[in-house]
Design a protein around this ligand. Structure first.
Ligand code: HEM
Length: 289
């Protein structure tokens, strides 16, 4: 009775709604960022040169006369994404079942309802939980090595640095979490609702599935290409990728080898070569001097 009285007198707080809005906002930014990120990383499928071009552009190399990049630009980009990532995760844990009993009840309800969107929510919760850890590892490495994004250094990190299992797990989690998240945002805020809500829901669900398959395919292909490069590059670990043009220039820049004057072959040597006994040749040479 007492608690009821206190509750009913209290004005409904707007904080949960604001937190939901912030979670949707950070989720939207991260979801769209991941689509761009995967296309940029996927440039390795088009070749080392394209990935190198993308990495240098992300380092704002076009602003420098020498074409070298500014890793500090990547550092700040990672810092921004990492901050949004942590805020999004913090807002997300509000919805997690905090005890096994709560988890049990949730599982039973999901099983009983067998409602696809509720099942999707559970996939999001599990993939979100995994990304707490796998995403943080990746982001911390990017934050502390912003200048190490290049076809060889990335491939070395994936193969010799054994990052491929983490990337594989992270890839599946982020593509599921991201596309389900964007789909649920459309449902939650009524985006692209159209006249027939039921029909637009089915269309959005189809788009969601196709986007998941599309980005997973790019991610897996990119990872395979990195693995092949990394295996072939194991004996040159840590060597940076040099653009073809730069490599040719470097070769040309090396001082052309000076023509070496032939050293006059001494008479003695010549005589020996012609089969004269060394002692004979030497005696002859000394007498000539
Ligand atoms: C600004 C922040 C980020 C930067 C600069 C970045 C950069 C990169 C780079 C350069 C790679 C290629 C592999 C490597 O060099 O190690 C990569 C791969 C990957 N990143 Fe990120 N990343 C960022 C944020 C994220 C976030 C927030 C996630 C997910 C939570 C993520 C998930 C992945 C995955 C799954 C791969 C493997 C891609 C594949 O399978 O081919 N990244 N990232």
């Amino acid at each position: 009775m007492d608690s009821y009285i206190i509750e009913s007198n209290k004005k409904k707080s707007r904080i949960p709604a604001r937190l939901d809005f912030a979670q949707s906002g950070t989720g939207l930014v991260l979801g769209l960022f991941m689509w761009v990120h995967m296309l940029l990383v996927g440039s390795i499928i088009l070749g080392k040169g394209s990935f190198d071009f993308v990495a240098k552009t992300m380092e704002l190399a076009f602003l420098s006369d020498t074409g070298h990049g500014f890793p500090i630009a990547v550092f700040f980009a990672v810092l921004t994404i990492f901050t949004i990532f942590i805020i999004h995760a913090l807002l997300g844990i509000r919805k997690f079942p905090i005890s096994w009993k709560q988890h049990r009840i949730l599982r039973d309800q999901i099983a009983m309802m067998n409602h696809t969107d509720t099942n999707l929510w559970y996939i999001q919760a599990v993939t979100g939980f995994i990304m707490f850890f796998a995403g943080s590892v990746h982001l911390y490495i990017m934050l502390t090595h912003p200048g190490s994004i290049d076809p060889y250094l990335s491939a070395d990190r994936i193969v010799s640095g054994n990052m491929w299992p983490l990337y594989l797990i992270l890839l599946v989690c982020v593509e599921l979490h991201g596309t389900i998240g964007l789909y649920r945002l459309c449902m939650k805020w009524g985006w692209f609702a159209g006249k027939d809500a039921r029909k637009s829901r089915q269309t959005l669900k189809k788009l969601k599935n196709r986007a998941t398959v599309f980005f997973l395919t790019i991610g897996v292909f990119a990872l395979l290409v990195f693995v092949v490069i990394g295996i072939n590059h194991r004996d040159k670990l840590g060597e940076k990728y040099i653009k073809q043009a730069a490599a040719v220039e470097q070769v040309q820049a090396v001082e052309p080898i000076q023509a070496v004057e032939p050293i006059p072959v001494q008479a003695e040597t010549k005589a020996v070569e012609e089969g004269q006994a060394p002692e004979e040749a030497h005696k002859a040479d000394v007498t000539n001097e």
